[in-house]
Design a protein around this ligand. Sequence first.
Ligand code: PLP
Length: 423
Amino acid sequence: MPNLTTLGANDLRAVHEDIRRRYQAFAERKLKLNLTRGKPSSKQLDLSNELLGLPGADYMAGGVDTRNYGELQGLPELRAQLAPIFGVSPDRVILGDNASLSLMHDAVVYSMLKGTVDSDKPWSRESRVAFICPVPGYDRHFSICAQFGIEMIPVPMLETGPDMDAVEKLVAADPQIKGMWCVPKYSNPCGTVYSNETVERLAKMKTAARDFRLFWDNAYAVHHLTAEAVEIANIDELCARHGHPNRAFIFGSTSKITFAGAGVALFASSKDNSAWYLKNMSIRTIGGDKVNQLRHIRLLNSNGGVAALMDRHRASLAPKFEQVLNTFDKELAASGVAKWTRPKGGYFISLEVLDGCAKRVVQLAKEAGVELTPAGATHPLGKDPHDRFIRIAPSFPELAEVTEAVQGVAVCVLLAATEKLLQ
Ligand code: PLP
C-alpha cells in the first residue's frame, strides 16, 4: 500500500477503486464479528472454574462464618493478598462486591452528597464541580460524571500519561476541579503506562481545591501482555510524601483476573479516607459477599497464585493482540492514514484514523459485518472533537474471528481515508 496522503488524484482514485472492491468482497461474506467487548473470553473464564466448586462445605475463614453478616471491610486474608498489587497496606483496603465501577460510582456519590474528609461542604453544594478526563479514556468514567452533572475537562494522553503541563495549570487555577480520572497502567483504550515522573507530578501538584481527588482506577494492575511485568510508581506513597495523603482514591478488582461478573472489587486509600469510605459504606450494606471472598482466597492461593493465573490469561490474549498489530502493520503502516498503540498490557488497542473518519470507519465496518465500539465513546459525552479515535477490543472473540475482523477493519480504514482524500 502506497502512502495515500502523497498520491496524486488519478493514482488515489485507482487505489480507491481497488479498496472498494476489497471492501465489497469482504462485505459479501456476510460475517458477523464483534470487536466491541472488552471482556474476557470464555476460555479465560474457564481458567478460574475452580471457583464454581469453592468454598465447598468449609465455609469458615479464620474463625469467621462467611455465610453470615459482618466483616464490613472484607476478609483480612484477601485484603492481605490483594494489597501488594495495589501498593497499599491491608488495613487500608476495603473489599466491595463484584465491580470496582460501583465503588467509583459510590465514591463520587459520597463526595457529592457528604463531601470528602477535606471538603468544607458536599460537592453538590458547590456552584460547579469539574473533573479532568484524560482522552482517549474509559466511557464509563465519563458516564458517572454525566450522571451527576460533573463537568468534564478533557486533557490529551501522551505516551507518558496525561499531559501534565496542562493538568498542573488547570488544577492550580480552578478550585472547582475536584477530581481526575486516571487509569495509570495499560490504560483503556491506549494501553498507556504513566511514567514515574507523571505519577510523581500528580502526587505533588498544587491544586486550588483542598479536597481534590485522583480517582486512581488501577483496573489492569497485573494484566500484562508481554513477559515484562511493568511496574508503576506508588501513588499512595508519593501522595503521602508530598503532603497530600488523602489525594488518591485507589480502585481495583479481580474482574479480569477471575470472573468478570463475579469477582471482588476494592477501594484503598489513606487511613482517613478509608475510614470515611467505610463509614459511608456501613449505611449502604451490612457486609459484602464473604463466601465469594473466601473462594477467591482459596483460588488465588493455589496453582501459583495471581502471577501464574495472569500468565495463563496472557497466553490466551497475547496472540489476539499480535494478530491485530501484525494486520495493521501489514495493511496500514505504509498508508500514512492511521496509527495505533502497541500496549504491553490491558485489554485495548487505540486506533487513530484521519480526522473526520472514525465514525465513517465504524459505519463501514458495521455494514460489512464487524461491530466496533461507537466512535466518540472514548471522549466525554461521546464527542471526539476530531472524530479520530476508535477502540479495538480483541479479547472476547476467538483468534480466528479476530483475524478476520481486523482484516475487515483495515480495509474500512483505507476506504474511509480514500473517500476523505478524494473529497
Ligand atoms: N476500569 C477500567 C479502566 C475498565 O476498563 C473496566 C472494564 O472494562 C473497569 C474499570 C470495570 O471494572 P469492574 O469490573 O471492576 O467494575
